[in-house]
Design a protein. Structure first.
Length: 230
C-alpha cells in the first residue's frame, strides 16, 4: 500500500484518537494506515460512491482490520451520528464542497475534537466555514505533488477570528512561510499577472472591470506577502 505525500501528510498531522472518520475514503488507505500505526483505535471509512467503498471494504479485509474499521455508504457527514468520531478527515475534493459538507453536518461537528481538511481548490472557503462553525485553524502544511500545490488544514474547537489575509493565505502558512508556500505565492502572482494582461486586452465591460479589480487586489496581497510584509 503506497501512500502519496499528501495522504502521508494528513496521517502525520492527525493526533491519536479513539475513532477517526475518513469522509470520501476512496480506497480506504487513510483509515487503514491510521489504525495500523496506532493513531486511531478504530476508524470509519465513508464514501458516497458504491464502487470506491467496495474497494475500501476489500482493502480493509486484506489488512485484517474488519473488526476495527467500519465502511459506510453515505453522503458527506450524513454517514455519521454525533459522537461517532473525535477526528474527522475530509480530503480529495474542492474547498467549496468541503465547506458545504461541514455546514450540512454541523450537528456531527459539535462532538468532533479535530478536523483535518485538504481542499484541492478554494481553501479560503474552508477557513471561512471553520470560523462560522466555531473551529480554529491550529496547523497548516502546503506541499507540491504531481504538478499541483495542496494545502492541508488542521482545526480544533475554538473561536479564533481571521483577517482577510489569513483567510486567503492561511494563518499558519503566513506566519511560518514554508518553501512550498512561497513557491505557490510566486506561481499565483505569475498567473494573476498573465490573467490581468489578458483581461486588459478584452473589450471593457462591467464584468471585466470587476474581474480586473478583484485580481489587482489579489495580486497586491500576494506581492505584499512575498515582500515579507505582514
Amino acid at each position: 500500500m503506497q501512500l502519496s505525500e499528501r495522504l502521508n501528510t494528513i496521517i502525520d498531522m492527525a493526533d491519536p484518537c479513539k475513532t477517526a472518520a475518513d469522509i470520501g475514503t476512496d480506497h480506504g488507505f487513510v483509515p487503514i494506515t491510521l489504525v495500523k500505526t496506532g493513531k486511531a483505535a478504530r476508524a470509519l471509512a465513508c464514501d458516497v460512491r458504491k464502487g470506491p467503498l467496495e474497494r475500501a471494504v476489500e482493502h480493509v479485509k486484506e489488512a485484517g482490520l474488519t473488526e476495527k474499521i467500519e465502511c459506510r455508504l453515505g453522503d458527506g457527514l450524513q454517514c455519521l451520528a454525533p459522537g461517532d468520531a473525535e477526528l474527522i478527515i475530509i480530503a480529495g475534493m474542492g474547498g467549496t464542497l468541503i465547506a458545504s459538507i461541514l455546514e450540512a453536518g454541523a450537528d456531527v461537528l459539535k462532538t468532533a475534537e479535530e478536523l483535518i481538511l485538504s481542499p484541492h481548490t478554494d481553501a479560503p472557503e474552508v477557513r471561512k466555514m471553520l470560523i462560522k462553525l466555531g473551529f480554529s485553524v491550529t496547523e497548516e502544511r502546503m506541499l507540491f505533488e504531481e504538478g499541483k500545490y495542496y494545502t492541508v488544514i488542521k482545526a480544533k474547537k475554538g473561536n479564533a477570528e481571521l483577517n482577510a489575509e489569513e483567510i486567503f493565505f492561511g494563518p499558519c502558512l503566513l506566519k511560518e512561510r514554508p518553501t512550498a508556500f512561497l513557491k505557490w505565492l510566486e506561481n499565483e502572482a505569475r498567473k494573476d499577472r498573465e490573467l490581468l494582461d489578458s483581461l486588459k486586452r478584452e473589450l471593457e465591460t462591467e464584468a471585466i472591470a470587476r474581474r480586473i479589480t478583484e485580481k489587482d487586489r489579489e495580486l497586491h496581497m500576494i506581492e505584499t506577502v512575498l515582500g515579507g510584509q505582514k
